[in-house]
Design a protein around this ligand. Structure first.
Ligand code: NAD
Length: 494
């Protein structure tokens, strides 16, 4: 049995709490490892190590920090396959998808190599006579990242690339369901020359998270996970004086207008609905079919379903792997039953294959779903696509805008005017036009609206630099000696 330890002070460090959690291979259902779960005392040791490292790292020159980022980028690009294999073993997603996750994380590292430019402030000469004003951005110190199971490499990279580049020491609390990617990244940072203590991993559950949220030396918490936990993280972290960005769950709608290209829309619904077995925060879970396209669209999606190759993610022929664990598989299956009971039409039922070893569930398609059904209201996070039929574009947009979540959304149409109107009026943070999963490139920032994000700053890109730094404005004067005088009036800029 593999034992997964913490990474503190530049090396693995076995847990001392006596508590461990199981890690499974979802394709076989077997437990393959156990991970240490940190106590509050162990979190304190990790934060102290990060704090000790933060000062020297902040003082390292921009070019030195950028050089470490470049080296890390080269190593990660060269060894993507190694990390992808770790992700597939513990998460279950197919190898190509795992490599795709690493590639999107790599983009964030590439963005962060430009930190000398990203940290530039502004300068105003002669703001008043003989007075210059300029702004600088400085790191916060020790910052923490708490991440979900579904992207065990990409989401930590979303956070740590900008946090570290901008001069902070970063403490990662990864998901306890697939924790090995975090340690692999820690070893890679060390190989890239990052000083020990600047990237730390503490494994754990609520106990470790609570310790980070209340620790006085943690200045900021970046979180990605489900909405109830995101809300808790935001409220607890801010109540303890921390800067918090907490990204939550999603229910992403794809609107298909009657003029859309049918095959492209059906292909997109399949790719975005069932990729990673629906365990993506940007997965499409609701197709909103407008008008007469509904029948042919459902038919086209249904025709593609039997062709999805479901199997062990390590098999290069597999296109869709299992779910993360048995409990989650059963929960998703429960939603299929609830949808059928509530009157949805089960066009394809993924429960047919749930007796395989491992945590598999097949691709499921529900038609005639209505907004009060739990398959519509709840985030299912599995390979279940619901089709809601509406008569008009206005009804479709209303549906998206009334939804509790506002992460991503997409419209499929050949009408540029309709697409523009949609991006203007839809209440969601990321919008796709004929693009079903509009994850922004690394030089924009990622984030949803409504219950999909608590806080105001989005993840990575320019917002990431903003989140992990604070600004300071300097007003400076170098008067000639002997020219000063007392003036009790309020300073004015003449
Ligand atoms: P989760 O909320 O269960 O866990 C996320 C993190 O919080 C983990 O590190 C976990 O250990 C910790 N945690 C869990 N319960 C806790 C508690 N009671 N107190 C304190 N900490 C706790 O999420 P998950 O199941 O790992 O991931 C799937 C969820 O993440 C989905 O809802 C998905 O939509 C969301 N997600 C959102 C985005 C986004 O960008 N908005 C991206 C990826 C995933």
């Amino acid at each position: 049995m593999i034992h997964i330890a913490h990474w503190i002070g530049g090396a693995e460090r076995a847990g001392e709490s006596g508590r461990v959690g199981p890690v499974f291979n979802p394709a076989t259902g077997e437990q393959i490892a156990q991970v240490d779960l940190a106590s509050a005392a162990e979190v304190a040791v990790a934060v102290a190590s990060a704090k000790a490292a933060a000062k020297a790292w902040r003082e390292a020159s921009l070019s030195k920090r950028s050089a470490v980022l470049f080296k890390f980028r080269e190593l990660l690009a060269a060894r993507t396959g190694e990390l992808a294999a770790i992700i597939t073993r513990e998460h279950g997603k197919v190898l190509a998808d795992a490599a795709g996750e690493v590639a999107r994380g790599l983009e964030n590292v590439e963005f962060a190599t430009g930190v000398p430019h990203l940290m530039k402030g502004g300068f105003s000469e002669q703001a008043a006579t003989g007075v210059d004003v300029y702004s600088i951005r400085q790191p916060l110190g020790v910052v923490a990242g708490i991440t979900p199971f579904n992207f065990p490499a990409m989401v930590p990279l979303w956070m740590c690339a900008t946090a570290i580049a901008s001069g902070n020491a970063f403490v990662l609390k990864p998901s306890e369901k697939d924790p090995s990617a975090a340690n692999w990244l820690a070893a890679l940072w060390a190989e890239a020359g990052l000083p020990e203590g600047v990237f730390t991993v503490v494994h754990g559950d609520k106990e470790a998270v609570d310790a980070l949220l209340t620790h006085p030396d943690v200045a900021a918490v970046s979180f990605v996970g489900s909405t109830p936990i995101a809300k808790y993280i935001y409220e607890t972290g801010t109540a303890h004086g921390k800067r918090v960005q907490a990204l939550g769950g999603a229910k992403n709608h794809m609107i298909v207008l009657p003029d859309a290209e049918l095959d492209a829309a059906a292909d997109a619904a399949i790719s975005a609905g069932y990729g990673a077995a629906g365990e993506r925060c940007m997965a499409i879970s609701v197709v909103v079919a407008v008008g007469e396209i509904a029948d042919p669209l459902v038919e086209a999606i249904a025709a593609r379903l039997p062709k999805i190759r479901i199997g062990d993610g390590t098999d290069p022929n597999s296109e869709m792997g299992p779910l993360i664990n048995a409990q989650h598989r059963d929960r998703v299956a429960g939603y299929i039953a609830a949808g059928a009971d509530a009157g949805a039409k089960v066009v394809a039922d993924g429960r047919d294959i749930s007796d395989r070893p491992g945590f598999f569930l097949g691709a499921t398609l529900l038609d005639n779903v209505t907004p009060e059904m739990t398959v519509y209201t709840d985030e299912i996070f599995g390979p279940v696509l619901s089709v809601v039929r509406v008569d008009t574009y206005a009804e479709a947009v209303q549906l998206v805008n009334d939804n509790e979540y506002g992460n991503g959304t997409a419209i499929f149409t050949r009408d540029g005017g309709a697409a523009r109107q949609f991006q203007f009026e839809v209440n969601a943070g990321m919008v796709g036009v004929n693009v079903p999963i509009p994850v922004p490139v690394a030089y924009y920032s990622f984030g949803g609206w409504k219950a999909s994000l608590f806080g105001d700053t989005h993840m990575y890109g320019p917002d990431g630099i903003h989140f992990f730094t604070r600004s300071k404005v300097v007003t400076s004067r170098w008067p000639d000696p002997g020219t000063s005088s007392v003036d009790l009036g309020f300073p004015q800029t003449r």
